[in-house]
Write a protein that binds this ligand. Structure first.
Ligand SMILES: Nc1ncnc2c1ncn2[C@@H]1O[C@H](COP(=O)(O)OP(=O)(O)OP(=O)(O)O)[C@@H](O)[C@H]1O
Length: 363
């Protein structure tokens, strides 16, 4: 059983330092049944507040929340039938894993054989059937996190809400748990809303990502769409690494490529679909470090290498536009393969890219 969720013009106002501000500002969202949707953004952008309003722990200042078309805006949290997993997943240390998972059912008055069956099913979902007689401190951090998930899943929630559930785990375990959580969510087919400030986590786990910036949605889309066609400089910079190069859009040719002038030099790039600039306007070219090439001439611009970082599998060159008013350093990431030529700092190079690998946006 999976449900849809709709947010209609949801806002939340708070008072901070005696001033009112919008922590969440007019958010509209349709979450599809069975979807894994992530709220991504920097600290303070309103992710947690949005999730807490869906959970029923906060009341929106205005707007509506609908589950399968039914208005739940004012339904108390414990009547919404949702499961919430926090980053602090304190298990009861004196209770066996089985009892930790059974606890919620017991509170509801469900005990006996049917409750035990549900507990075993939940433990099975998270792959911990064999551990039911152990205590939390006998399990690894990742296993404990899965118990926390089982404890929520045993209640058969209609919707799973997760707020930074992996942030207390070490880096390696975090990577492993990304795959685990996604597998479990897919197996059950439950609709899931997930909060993180980690863009890699969002990219690898989500069906769609809602990028939040200062209380509003900057962009909503699939991970690939956000990466390839960012709507704003903020999204371009927050998702992956991006070079943002300022210039002016001179014209758009019959292939749909924008002709873009940067310090008197002409470059061609794809027009952004989400937020294209107008001809004659100042605009930004977004090009990823891995898409820049050296000395291939076509669609290139003269730059000077100012730094070089060896990263093992790649070399990261920092380059600047020679004699430009743009004092920014751009980044070019070149795979380090056998025979790769190493270029010295201070060398002038022609830095180019395939026009399809650059995108022009307003900014
Ligand atoms: N109860 C509250 N009273 C006043 N301000 C609040 C309250 N809760 C949150 N805020 C403010 O609202 C803004 C959004 O907070 P929120 O916790 O939703 O952000 P977030 O994106 O989840 O960030 P983080 O990742 O740091 O939790 C922040 O500026 C925060 O300080």
């Amino acid at each position: 059983m999976s449900v849809s969720l709709t947010l209609k013009n949801i806002s939340r106002r708070y008072v901070k330092d005696n001033e009112e501000f919008m922590a969440v500002n007019n958010v509209n969202l349709e979450v599809n049944p069975g979807e894994f949707l992530t709220f991504l953004g920097p600290s303070g952008c309103g992710k947690t507040t949005t999730l807490r309003m869906i959970a029923g722990f906060e009341t929106p200042t205005s707007g509506q929340i609908l589950m399968d078309g039914v208005d739940i805006t004012h339904v108390p949290a414990n009547e919404r039938g949702l499961g919430f997993v926090f980053q602090n997943y304190a298990l009861f240390p004196h209770m066996k894993i089985f009892d930790n998972v059974a606890y919620g059912l017991k509170i509801r008055g469900e005990t006996g054989a049917s409750a035990a069956k549900k507990v075993r099913e939940a433990l099975d979902m998270v792959g911990l059937s064999k551990e039911e007689q152990r205590y939390p401190n006998q399990l690894s951090g990742g296993q404990q996190q899965r118990v926390a998930l089982a404890r929520v899943l045993v209640l058969r929630p209609k919707l799973l809400l997760m707020d930074e559930p992996l942030s207390n785990l070490d880096a390696k375990l975090r990577l492993h748990m990304r795959t685990e959580i996604r597998r479990i969510q897919k197996d059950i087919g439950i609709t899931c809303l997930y909060v993180t400030h980690d863009q890699k986590e969002a990219l690898t786990m989500s069906d769609r990502i809602m990028v939040m910036n200062r209380g509003h949605i900057d962009q909503l889309g699939t991970p690939m769409k956000l990466y390839e066609d960012p709507a704003t400089p903020f999204v371009a910079d927050f998702i992956g690494q991006a070079n943002l190069i300022r210039g002016k859009l001179q014209s758009v040719d019959e292939q749909g490529l924008g002709h873009f002038v940067v310090d008197g030099q002409m470059l061609r790039a794809r027009m952004g679909q989400q937020n294209p600039p107008a001809v004659g306007e100042e605009a930004l070219l977004v090009v990823r470090p891995e898409n820049l090439r050296m000395n291939e001439k076509d669609n290139g611009i003269e730059m000077r290498i100012v730094n070089r970082l060896f990263e093992g599998d790649r070399i990261d060159y920092h380059v600047v536009l020679e004699g430009s008013k743009q004092e920014k350093t751009f980044s070019m990431s070149v795979p380090f393969l056998p025979g790769t030529e190493i270029i010295d700092i201070d060398t002038s190079v022609n830095v180019s890219f395939n026009p399809q690998a650059g995108v022009l946006i307003k900014g």
